[in-house]
Structures are given as structure tokens and as C-alpha cells.
Design a protein around this ligand. Structure first.
Ligand code: SF4
Length: 226
């Protein structure tokens, strides 16, 4: 598998924020989001090729039960179920972080952490926009993931006006447990995160959705490998 990076840190986002975790960042993502903070993982060929056995061996270096498989977009990698199976056989708790653009059945993961992309993620470049808009939101896939996995739904909020689109998206998906919905400030730096947090906190109080931390930004200002 092409792996962009493997590192040990704290889970920065979602209901497991603060939990020490090993991160496996798989290479390859078609979406090209405007504010993506892992552009180095877009290219399917980025990083290093490892066998699944080697990945499991590296993960075992750290005294840590929690593994986060992220990207890039891990759900487009056909070897993902085998990797998850091998990690589960070694007693790991697996979170898969995905934009929710592809479905795979029978994955042994413990949490499907979905971050459906809103129109605030659309890139400005016309060529990239076409690809992005074609695939950023697949309601049928999101519905299938929700129906078949333990999940959380994280929405990246750039401005107050995103709330209507978030509520529309949730309604379209249907059958969403609102206690699993989180709103996360769009921010590449600590200053941006702190500046947008009060607005997002108010949206959370208004809707009952949870505020989603970004500890990696708050603690390390989004340095690679954190
Ligand atoms: S889906 Fe995630 S990895 Fe892919 S471009 Fe968007 S933010 Fe970046």
C-alpha cells in the first residue's frame, strides 16, 4: 500500500479527541479541497510502498491501542479491508477518516469518521472544480455508511452561512443521529482556529450539535506529523 506517513500523536478531532493514536495516512485523494491541509497526500503515488505485514510491524512500535487510518481518502484503496483486518487481529481500535465518497462492506473498523464536503471546500481552479463538484457529496454512499457502521459526522464550517447547507445535507442523508454530528472550524493555523471557534460554538448551542476540536492545530499549529 502507498503510505504517505505513519506517526504517533493525539487524535485531534472527533469524539476521540485527545486519545493517543497511531496515524496511518494513505496516499491518494481525488477531491482537491480548497482548504485541504494534507495536499502532500493527494497523489496516489505519494509516499512509500509497504506490505500490510510491515505496516502492522511499524504500528506495534508504539504502546497504543488506537489506530486512525486517514488520508488522502482511504476508502478508495481496495487493500483497506485487509489492512483493517490485520490491525484488528493485533487488538487495535480502528477509526477510518473519510469524506464519505466511497462504500466498502464488511470492514472491521470500530468507527467510521465521516466528513462530508460542503461547497465551502470547492477549489478555485476551474479544472479542479469540475472533479471536486462531481464527487464531493454522495448522499447514497453516506447513507450506506451510516446504516452499516458506527459513525460520527464532522462538518467543516467556514462561515455562518454554512449552517443551512449542513442542515440540508443531514436531511437529505436521512436517519442521522444528531448526537453524532459535529461542527468543526475551518482553520489551517491556531490563530484562525481561535478566531472562528466562537462562531462555531454559537452554531453548536443553536443546533445541539457538538463542537469538534482540532487539537493538532491548537497544540502544534498544524505541523506535519502531528
Ligand atoms: S477529502 Fe480530505 S484529503 Fe481529500 S482533498 Fe479534501 S480535505 Fe484533503
Amino acid at each position: 500500500m502507498r503510505i504517505s506517513e505513519i506517526f504517533y500523536s493525539l487524535q485531534g478531532e472527533g469524539f476521540f479527541a485527545g486519545v493517543p493514536s497511531v496515524f496511518l495516512r494513505l496516499a491518494g485523494c481525488p477531491l482537491r479541497c480548497r482548504w485541504c491541509d494534507t495536499k502532500y497526500a493527494w497523489d496516489q503515488a505519494a509516499g512509500t510502498t509497504y506490505s500490510i505485514a510491515k505496516i502492522v510491524e511499524i504500528v506495534q512500535k508504539w504502546p497504543c491501542k488506537f489506530v486512525v487510518i486517514t488520508g488522502g481518502e482511504p476508502m478508495i484503496n481496495s487493500d483497506l479491508p485487509k489492512l483493517v483486518q490485520a490491525l484488528k487481529a493485533n487488538g487495535k481500535h480502528i477509526t477510518i477518516e473519510t469524506a464519505g465518497i466511497a462504500y466498502m462492506p464488511d470492514m472491521l473498523c470500530d468507527l467510521m469518521s465521516m466528513s462530508p464536503k460542503l461547497s465551502n471546500s470547492t477549489p478555485s481552479d476551474a479544472e479542479l472544480t469540475a472533479v471536486h463538484e462531481d464527487s464531493r457529496l454522495d448522499v447514497a454512499v453516506l447513507r450506506e455508511l451510516i446504516d452499516n457502521y458506527k459513525y460520527q459526522l464532522k462538518f467543516v464550517v467556514d462561515s455562518q452561512s454554512d449552517l443551512y447547507e449542513i442542515q440540508q445535507t443531514i436531511e437529505e442523508i436521512g436517519n442521522v443521529d444528531s448526537s453524532k454530528v459535529m461542527l468543526m472550524p475551518q482553520a489551517a493555523t491556531r490563530d484562525e482556529f481561535l478566531a472562528k471557534s466562537p462562531m462555531v460554538a454559537d452554531m453548536c448551542k443553536q443546533t445541539g450539535f457538538a463542537f469538534c476540536q482540532r487539537l493538532q492545530v491548537l497544540l502544534w499549529n498544524n505541523v506535519r506529523g502531528t
